[in-house]
Design a protein around this ligand. Sequence first.
Ligand code: ADP
Ligand code: MG
Length: 625
Amino acid sequence: MIAFFKLLFRNRLAAVGAVVLTVIVLMALAVPILPLKDPNLPHTAARFTPPFSEGYLLGADHLGRDQLSRLLWGTRTSLAVGAVAAFLAAFLGSAIGILSGYFGGRTDNILMRLIDMLMAFPYILLALAIVAALGTGLINALIAVAAVNIPFFARNIRGITVGLSHREFVDAARLAGKGHSRIILSEILPNVLPVIVIAMSTTVGWMILETAGLSFLGLGSQPPDSDLGSMLGLARAAFTTHPHTSIIPGVMIFLIVMSVNLLGDGVRDALDPRLRSGALSRPMAVTKVARNRTLPAAATPAPLLAVDDLETQFHVGERRYEAVGKVSLQVNPGECLGIIGESGSGKSVTALSLTGLVASPPGVITGGAVRLEGDDLLSANYETLRSIRGNRIAYIFQDPLSTLHPLYTVGDQLAEAIRCHAPVSRADAKSRALELMEAVRIPNAATRLSSYPHEMSGGMRQRVGIAMAMANDPDIIIADEPTTALDVTVQAQILSLLNDLRRERGLAIVFITHDFGVVAQLCDRVAVMYAGRIVEEGPTDAILATPAHPYTKRLIACVPELGGGRRELAAIPGLPPMVDDLPPGCHFAPRCDKATAECRVGYIALREGKQQRAVRCIHPEEDIA
Ligand code: ADP
Ligand code: MG
């Protein structure tokens, strides 16, 4: 709750709206106890007294009634009617929307056709017709305004409910034996409530205006009572001679509607969960780079891709999540480097940092360099980076169903990936797409070009993902757990495909995984990550045979071995640390049975040994020197 208000008031305009509205509401609430004149008492001698006169702070109207008193009483009425109309419309509209979206079928059809009938009439005409049918009066105006706003809520909420009612958690509630009313109240309602609040906060202003409009036309509040609208209506005749009688209620209507709308926009922004963790801004096209140290020295001769002391953090409020801490890696053409680690160890953030793809805010690259053939990518401008992304450095992601566009055929998407970087004709792009589909060994490639992603199996979709990464003959492919969503036979096919591609084309592959079995099949070298740091690095065979870091050893021991006899799998006790509160010294120390006091103090450097091995440990399992 406090966080919500903090976020709300970070938006200056919303804060102004909130303050103005609070003052107006407090005044309206205090009206009965304020020392005001009777708003309905005429006083002929005081007709059209100008503002700031003795006894009449805001002057008097055409009957000599005190304007200040009438304004405050009128504001009270207008606010109350507007708010009640908004609640009524929101309550009834949302109820209709939820029922119709949840039950679907005939219920949906009947309710929505009724709503359509309401929507078929112009808005204000419908309100006029309702008041005409019910008779003039403030309550009837309220009913009319609420009624014409019901379709807005019903339509909005129905759309969201339809999406929710087929989600897994609703199915789970059904499986658990919950009835319809409990599912609606405990599963659906909490999910649509923020939307109802948002829709309400952005329509209250409208509803106040509409009731004022009906009163202006003489259909709302009836004399001698008045709200802001009828004050305006009565003052209309004297507008040219005594403008203060119209300007004063006009300014009040303006203030109320403006403040409600500003506050409403602020509430909408603050309730959006995507904005809660970051500032109220959309991610930048390139990750923010704020390096405060000098760049680490470059290796000579420059490798194809060299990552030196890369540091990526997430800055959320006061918190610093150190997702990647001083990671250094190198890959050369034709080489496959594995990055392995538990979920949350910073593998994906490392991969995304290379071409500035980490969302900023909250991501910030706070140190290090990423050099492509010696040129630092982190200092490159957006245009340069864009020409490298997907062209020289390409990505393959874990779930091809969420990275492929569901509404385009895979052929179109491949062609688009090609035309994004090369000025070729549509037909050439199509024929190149066909070549790519054949290169990744998709059967019936020519007919498959016109398939949509949902028509393909997981393995085939991932082949399309690989084809797309290959589209512009990249030098480097970064594969972020590309086989995790696939079954083992398809995984084996994908791995051998990647292996062939790198041998045929001299591709460099950075292969991210949590599976040592996959590393053993594909990678020449492997880097083991733990809580944002590389704890061990070296040739795959050497590390698999003689792991030096206790973490690596235990990670390998977790892999079941086929035909290896019965053996208890040694799960690693404890959990990886939260990266916003990393222990000093070795990050693995709390879970390590070899840890001593010296492991828990100070930074532990990566020590190099023979055979290009390196380990970050004071008590390694193997002596690699
Ligand atoms: P993995 O190794 O499983 O790919 P990631 O690289 O995705 O792990 O995440 C590394 C760490 O960064 C995790 O601890 C995660 O909680 C943290 N992290 C990722 N994105 C954000 C974010 N937007 N805000 C805060 N922390 C984040
Ligand atoms: Mg990941």
